[in-house]
Design a protein around this ligand. Structure first.
Ligand SMILES: [Zn+2]
Length: 649
């Protein structure tokens, strides 16, 4: 996940504050300016050194000690992050910091000012600052900090204080696990200078450090070496779980199939830093379900076990690994570099997240781990989610993407109208991915596909990488995407029309004829069934209460029903619970008018409910509904849902 326009603002400011090293002072101002725009390893500068220890893991506490040396004159501005890579809302990590002690190298306390909730301004130092604090963390997912007696699950922005002006300094991180705990370290951080100490790691800069979640525990480790692929990348699974070794062995085999299948879309693996990619998994009852992508790793967390939820866990694995190309390296300009001081906004999450959500289940199917029914069910739900949602009247997929800072695990206490005004960019983007893939295949008779589009983006924007690990040098804009589509399709007018209507406009692709080319029928799931509108009902005190906004222009909306109303009767029958309501609607016909009685703020209201046909669609295979499949349909389907044949690893 990713974000917004302010992302670039801090860099020039930081550069002005950056103290020139002895070496860089000798070079011209012109070259110094280039160094700001093009991140380079600042090896000549003293590294920032972190030490993380765990004297009280049972109380969810971690101790952090940091050394800043060669600190330029003036205030040292220490920060806790407000956002985390791949998560676009504000999370205010400073709230969990306690017991901050800031001293010079001799241990003498330094003057500290607090200009805002996230910052400590340190003055009076003579070039060396030592910081120590404790931090509380009790959430195991892809964003927060989770410390307990079984592990330290560390997403760096949630845990580490950093200094403005030190963004390009190298970093050393030393982990000091509790004595006798048997904990090891799983991370995309790079080995320490001598490589011998298994608890000391490095990062070339702050961006890379913050992008490197780390699990310190007695996890199980599995290693896959893809010896037949270029560069022979190594894929590791570090799994903290409650299952058996045999379950993990079988799971590792499944993961290898996914990893290989995803690479077939692009024709190659990314050049992982350290040539290694790490799945960091916490499958424990005390985890929160999540998946978060990073450059050379992902955090996947679930309360489910491999035994109980294998397919669900693999689905997340498939999604997150696809991000190693799409968003980690094929990256929107609006998210590069990531801004840790603000929410991050981008209009391209329909591609970064949504198209990834299309490929996740597609790669599972192509790898033989998913069934066609799983895939068509997922795609039908995506089409339903976009086609019937009232939010489409207000905003495009690009505009929905820009709402991520308000919806991506964002926390507010006031209610929103998102039921009626928002469609997830995951859902809409997956629908765009499906529609674009089928449209390209349809208009080229299978010669051009969405895989070609993704490969074109990879060649131009992803593969060139970054001069410094943690950075992407050729991020894309919306115009770049349209140009890539024009080039792949060989038709600029087509690309212009597709973007104007389906991405920056609010139209939905006409899926029915496109799916028919693959011998799939898109049709009403429940023909003849009456429908009042999708509202969430909760049974309270013997009556169903409306929990969600009535969908715009649905029968319940037109009848005046909305959130918090309590339903008393439908069609003359008393309604005691949600299933009463659903049953009474289902026994009527589309077009029927039935009286609806409900209570609102102490008032009893009677309205007329005009029922409609249930608009929800399903996708079924032609052969399952007795329709003959042509050879052309069979070929179209096999080419789409089968494994592409352009390489063999
Ligand atoms: Zn994602």
């Amino acid at each position: 996940m990713t974000l917004l326009a302010g992302a670039f603002a801090s860099r020039p400011a930081f550069a002005r504050r950056r103290r020139a090293s002895a070496r860089s002072r000798r070079i011209s101002c012109f070259v110094a300016l280039l160094a700001v725009l093009v991140p380079v390893a600042a090896g000549a500068q003293a590294p920032v050194e972190y030490r993380l220890s765990f004297p009280e893991p049972e109380h969810r506490l971690m101790t952090v000690e940091v050394r800043f040396d060669e600190v330029p004159a003036g205030a040292l501005e220490l920060r806790m992050s407000r956002s985390s890579p791949g998560r676009y809302a504000l999370h205010e990590f400073a709230k969990n910091v306690i017991d901050v002690r800031i001293t010079d190298a001799s241990g003498a306390a330094l003057p500290v000012a607090r200009p805002n909730p996230h910052q400590w301004n340190v003055t009076g130092h003579s070039g060396s600052v030592r910081v120590a604090y404790r931090i509380f963390g009790d959430r195991v997912d892809g964003t927060y900090l989770g410390i307990d007696s079984t592990h330290a699950h560390i997403n760096m922005p949630a845990a580490l204080m950093w200094a403005r002006g030190f963004e390009l300094r190298p970093v050393t991180v030393r982990f000091a696990p509790p004595a006798g705990a048997g904990w090891r370290v799983a991370t995309q951080l790079l080995p320490g200078a001598d490589g011998a100490d298994p608890f000391t790691f490095t990062a070339p800069n702050l961006q890379y450090l913050m992008d490197s979640p780390t699990e310190v525990s007695a996890f199980s480790l599995r290693t896959i070496t893809l010896a037949d692929a270029p560069r022979s990348p190594v894929v590791r699974l570090a799994v903290h779980h409650t299952g058996t070794d045999a379950e993990l062995d079988a799971f590792t085999h499944d993961v290898e199939r996914i990893v290989r299948e995803a690479a077939r879309v692009y024709g190659e693996f990314p050049a992982f830093d350290g040539n290694t990619y790490t799945f960091i998994a916490d499958y424990t009852p005390w985890a929160n379900g999540d998946g978060m992508e990073h450059r050379n790793s992902t955090i996947v967390t679930s309360q489910g076990s491999i035994r109980g939820n294998r397919f669900g866990l693999l689905d997340t694995i498939s999604h997150e690994f696809f991000h190693a190309w799409n968003v980690e390296r094929i990256r929107p300009r609006a998210l590069e570099p990531f801004n840790f001081e603000d929410a991050n906004m981008s209009g391209e999450l329909w591609l970064a997240e949504g198209v990834t959500s299309y490929y996740g289940p597609l790669v599972l199917l192509r790898s033989g781990l998913g069934q066609i029914g799983d895939f068509t069910e997922e795609m039908a739900s995506v089409i339903n989610g976009v086609q019937s949602s009232p939010g489409r009247r207000l905003r495009s997929a690009e505009e929905m993407s820009r709402l991520a800072p308000f919806v991506d695990a964002a926390a507010t206490i006031d209610r929103t109208d998102f039921d009626n005004t928002y469609i997830s960019y995951y859902t809409w983007g997956a629908a765009i991915g499906l529609g674009l893939d089928l449209t390209l295949r349809d208009r080229s008779n299978g010669a051009v596909t969405l895989d070609h589009f993704m490969r074109a983006l990879w060649q131009k924007h992803g593969k060139p990488g970054g001069k410094a690990p943690g950075y992407v040098d050729v991020p894309y804009t919306m115009a770049d995407l349209e140009a890539a589509l024009a080039s792949v399709a060989g038709d600029a007018a087509f690309a212009d029309d597709f973007f104007a209507r389906f991405i920056q406009g609010r139209e939905v692709v006409n899926y029915e004829p496109l799916l028919a080319r693959a011998g799939l029928a898109l049709r009403l799931a429940s023909p003849g069934r009456a429908f009042a509108g999708q509202v969430r009902l909760l049974d309270m005190q013997g009556r169903p209460r409306v929990l969600s906004a009535a969908p715009l222009d649905s029968p319940v909306y037109r009848a005046g029903l909305d959130r918090d109303d309590v339903i008393l009767a439908v069609a003359g029958s008393d309604v005691a619970n949600a299933s009463d309501f659903e049953r009474l609607i289902r026994t009527r016909k589309p077009g029927d008018e039935v009286p609806l009685v409900f209570e609102r703020r102490g008032q009893r209201i009677t309205a007329m409910l005009r029922l409609v046909q249930d608009p929800r669609l399903e996708i079924v295979r032609a052969e399952d509904i007795g329709r003959p499949m042509t050879d052309a349909q069979r070929r179209f389907r096999d080419a789409w849902l089968g494994s592409p044949a352009w390489n063999t690893f």
